[in-house]
Design a protein around this ligand. Structure first.
Ligand SMILES: Cc1cc2nc3c(=O)[nH]c(=O)nc-3n(C[C@H](O)[C@H](O)[C@H](O)COP(=O)(O)OP(=O)(O)OC[C@H]3O[C@@H](n4cnc5c(N)ncnc54)[C@H](O)[C@@H]3O)c2cc1C
Length: 361
């Protein structure tokens, strides 16, 4: 580990690994400090779908992120040329019809198309026959931690070091990790929902909250090819008012992930399995019997306005924040990371105002 790298990054999730890769490729010496392991947080425990975030402010980040992911082939991560597609499923066909019209007007690139009651089951035989759906031309299903591990490999190939098993705190002029202090020219805090407590241990600055998700891992005899999402998932970006459980099902390489919860407090994952299964079976009847092979749970870093925090920590010239992507971090993280890397490298003077952490100062 360099005695004093140009940049120390706290957190080896998708954002921290991507920011380390971009900085190291630009010639900076970089050390990533991760308290657990690469992809130990939400970046290894998500549902695994890379998708359009259905938000105009975020859509360019999603498009850039897909392009970033396409550069990772030599690090063991590939994306199909075409998306697997998403079916937004529900029982209320008129409501889905209205939602499809809204999506067509706002995001023509999604090609939102209503599938009337009964038709989804002809497209995806695993679906219940009484469902309608909106088909969207977005959504690549990938194993949950694969993109993060590929970005970690890319960062290391460019000379970055990733130090795992060491919790960090901010220290004057660097970070404190384990017994020692690491002096660094700049620090990027990419610690997901734990970012505010690192930036401001006093507890006064809390623009990012934890939104806990549980996903059941299982194998279905005939898993759907599309990612499936219960209508309503696109409303999860804002604060408050959202349901605490919405069905989703994503299958990558034959492994399906049945989600998910949206809870403020850390749940008992095993206790939620019956609820997830019961909810899921309304949409995919085979879920009632499918054997659960594993569970993953983690907190989404949900910001107070649904947009990430990308830029200098309020009142700090040498500390940058890269966090707060809520339910879309796998779909947006690398583009956000590039934006923060450009700020650290002084290629850009300021972040877009909508993402500036100073909006919560
Ligand atoms: C159930 C669930 C399903 C999801 N599904 C999707 C999806 O399908 N598509 C999508 O786009 N997004 C999805 N998301 C959201 C996405 O996973 C997150 O937005 C994204 O992973 C956040 O990445 P991150 O790098 O900001 O944070 P994290 O992945 O949380 O990484 C932060 C890292 O910081 C480390 N850390 C924390 N504190 C310290 C410290 N003091 N010192 C050192 N290290 C520290 C943690 O151990 C962790 O590894 C989902 C999230 C959940 C929970």
């Amino acid at each position: 580990m360099p005695a004093s790298p140009d940049v120390a990054v706290i957190g080896a999730g998708i954002v921290g690994c991507a920011v380390a890769a971009f900085l190291a490729e630009a010639g900076a010496s970089v050390v990533v400090v991760e308290r657990d392991d690469v992809a130990a947080g939400a970046s290894g425990r998500n549902s695994g779908i890379l998708q359009h975030p259905m938000d105009a402010a975020l859509a360019p980040l999603a498009a850039e992120t897909l392009a970033d992911y396409r550069t990772l082939a030599e690090h063991g991560f590939g994306l199909a040329a075409e998306p697997d597609g998403i079916l937004v499923v529900g029982h209320d066909e008129p409501a889905l019809d209205r939602e499809a019209a809204v999506l067509r007007a706002a995001f023509p690139e999604l090609g939102a198309e209503l599938l009337p009651v009964g038709q989804p089951a002809t497209v995806e035989p695993a679906l219940a026959p009484d469902l309608a759906a909106i088909r969207l031309a977005t959504g690549h299903a990938v194993p949950p931690g694969s993109a993060t591990r590929a970005f970690a490999a890319r960062a290391c190939a460019a000379g970055a070091e990733i130090r795992t098993g060491a919790a960090a705190t901010l220290a004057p002029g660097g970070v404190r990790a384990g017994p020692g202090t690491l002096a660094a020219g700049a620090v990027v805090v990419a610690a997901g929902p734990w970012t505010p407590q690192l930036v401001d241990p006093s507890g006064a600055w809390r623009p990012i909250a934890q939104l806990w998700g549980v996903v059941c891992e299982l194998r279905l005899p005939e898993p759907p090819r599309h990612g499936l999402e219960e209508a309503g998932i696109e409303g999860l970006v804002g604060m408050g008012g959202e349901p605490d459980l919405l069905f989703s099902l994503v299958t990558a390489n034959g492994d399906s992930g049945l989600g998910s919860t949206f809870l403020a407090a850390e749940p008992d994952p095993a206790g939620l399995v019956p609820l997830l299964r019961e909810r899921g079976a309304r949409f995919v009847p085979a879920l009632a019997e499918a054997r659960v092979t594993g569970l993953r749970a983690c907190a989404r870093p949900r910001s107070a306005d649904g947009l990430p925090l990308l830029g200098r920590a309020p009142g700090r010239s040498d500390v940058f924040v890269a966090a707060g992507h809520g339910p879309w971090g796998m779909s947006l993280g690398p583009a956000s990371a590039r934006l923060v890397a450009d700020l650290v490298l002084e290629r850009e003077a300021a972040p877009p105002a909508a993402f500036d952490p100073a909006r919560f100062a």
